[in-house]
Ligand binder design. Structure first.
Ligand code: ZN
Length: 240
């Protein structure tokens, strides 16, 4: 099975559509949460995911959009964008976001937004945090997002190898356990403004990362038109 894994779409429809056109033939689309927040198209992005039958988990922005207290932890720009999102989304979108699970286990894979032990909030950004999470991970692979940075923490003889992929990188898992992050679709933060995603090939036991250019100015214009914070639009140009 070939599965496209998308995270942190953040209501960026041009980015999502560019990625969906670039995945090649896949058997399934999985998402790792933060479908909304920051961006101008929350209803349209949720509609697209629903239409293609994507399955996935809830992120901190999705929980906040559905009315959760997570909004209290947002920085001022994220909070403004979330207040706009809450006021904008349809009841149908809100219910769909609210119904997302925090953790989803599918075969060898556990899907979470943040980390296996703290699925909504924890950032897996270091070897010690990855090690602790691999120790509690019930399945072989943990797919996570939240940092908007593509990375893999690969377990090898009790040690952790950190893989920092670029466009086209292929990781041969060879049965090893790992935490794997596809990077962000709608707001990349590794200095490359192109959308980031991965394809998991369960037969070959490989993960490949991909970058897709999209119409950044289109989404920036849409953000301006609805009054979303200018800094959130500006960062899309630099991918930080
Ligand atoms: Zn996010």
């Amino acid at each position: 099975m070939r599965i496209a894994v998308l995270s942190d779409i953040h209501a960026n429809l041009p980015a999502l559509d560019a990625v969906l056109a670039d995945t090649g033939a896949v058997d399934a689309i999985w998402h790792l949460g933060d479908i909304v927040g920051y961006g101008p198209d929350p209803d349209a992005v949720v509609d697209r995911l629903r239409t293609i039958g994507a399955i996935g988990v809830k992120g901190n922005h999705d929980a906040a959009a559905a009315g959760g207290s997570e909004i209290e932890w947002f920085n001022p720009d994220a909070r403004r964008a979330m207040e706009w999102t809450r006021a904008t989304i349809s009841a149908r979108t809100r219910a769909w976001l609210d119904a997302l699970p925090q953790t989803l286990v599918h075969g060898d894979c556990t899907l979470v937004h943040g980390s296996p032990r703290e699925p909504i909030w924890e950032y897996v950004t270091s070897v010690p945090v990855a090690q602790t999470n691999l120790a509690v991970l019930a399945s072989r692979l943990g797919l996570h997002g939240h940092t908007h940075v593509p990375v893999a923490f690969l377990e090898e003889d009790g040690r952790i190898e950190v893989v920092s992929p670029v466009d086209g990188s292929v990781l041969e898992l060879r049965g090893r356990r790992a935490l794997v992050n596809p990077g962000g679709v709608g707001q990349p933060r590794d200095g490359d403004p192109r959308s980031s995603f991965l394809v998991l090939d369960t037969d070959a036991d490989t993960v490949s990362w991909h970058r897709t250019a999209y119409d950044i100015t289109a989404v920036q214009s849409a953000m301006r038109a609805v009054g979303l914070p200018a800094s959130l639009a500006a960062r899309l140009s630099v991918g930080l």
